[in-house]
Design a protein around this ligand. Structure first.
Ligand code: GLP
Length: 234
């Protein structure tokens, strides 16, 4: 595990450097891409310098909401339309409004598998230690599936869902995350400090799915001083 701690204003650049190092080691990567406020400085930096991925790169969303309002601004598809750099390969998302969400996430994961799995997985972390939409209780071998979202996760998303966040999501599993050749965990802000500390120093447990990353073969954590100093002080 490699830990990179930077000042908040340096976070986008540091995350980009970590991604750049991961991509340098590969020729035709498939990437798993997160939503959330945490990766936005990275996406802004990639756009600013027109950063290029290796030719043939493919990008897959880690997760999506299940909603009848597939055109809602809170979906991950809408997030990527707002925040993902236009010059980079489009991020494939499972269909939020699919009549059969199980089939939608299964098709998404088959597409990932067809590319040989994920070469690089970028991750955020929920305050409750979730990764993608693998909520507390997710087992180490949990695969791609439809999940019930934790109340805390729905509350965190409330600003994007004025009529209330969906109760269900679709996610790649802990299994697909752990199978990725390289993982980069992005963490910012004091509100994530407890989850970060537990993920790195606590027991590996389904209660905190991010703790599985302790066993990942190639994990780089990029966090800001706000997340790290609060974590270190607890
Ligand atoms: C959502 C996403 C996760 C993300 C998390 C943290 O639950 N499904 O992939 O890591 O939010 O979001 P934020 O970065 O806004 O704290």
């Amino acid at each position: 595990m490699e830990l990179i701690v930077v000042r908040p204003e340096e976070f986008g650049e540091a995350a980009m450097n970590a991604l750049d190092r991961a991509l340098a080691a590969t020729e035709r990567p498939s990437l798993g891409i997160p939503t959330g406020s945490t990766p936005v400085p990275l996406y802004e930096r990639l756009a600013e310098i027109t950063y290029c991925f290796p030719p043939g790169s493919v990008c897959f969303a880690l997760d999506e909401y299940v909603t009848a309002r597939a055109d809602a601004t809170g979906t991950n598809a809408a997030f990527f339309r707002r925040h993902w750099p236009a010059h980079l390969p489009t991020v494939t998302t499972p269909d939020a409004g699919a009549a059969d969400p199980e089939a939608a996430i299964a098709a998404h994961c088959r597409a990932i598998a067809a590319h040989g799995g994920l070469e690089v997985v970028l991750l955020g972390i929920g305050r409750n230690g979730h990764i993608a939409f693998n909520e507390p209780g997710s087992e180490r071998d949990a695969g791609c599936r439809v999940v019930t979202l934790a109340e805390e996760t729905r509350r965190a998303a409330a600003a994007d869902w004025p009529e209330g966040a969906p109760t269900r999501g679709m996610t790649i599993g802990v299994r697909e995350i752990m199978a990725a050749r390289r993982a980069i965990l992005l963490v910012t802000g004091p509100a994530k400090a407890a989850a970060l500390r537990a993920a790195i120093t606590g027991p590996v447990t389904a209660t905190l799915p991010a703790s599985y990353l302790q066993e990942h073969r190639s994990l780089v954590i990029v966090c800001d001083t706000a997340a790290w100093s609060s974590a270190a002080l607890q």
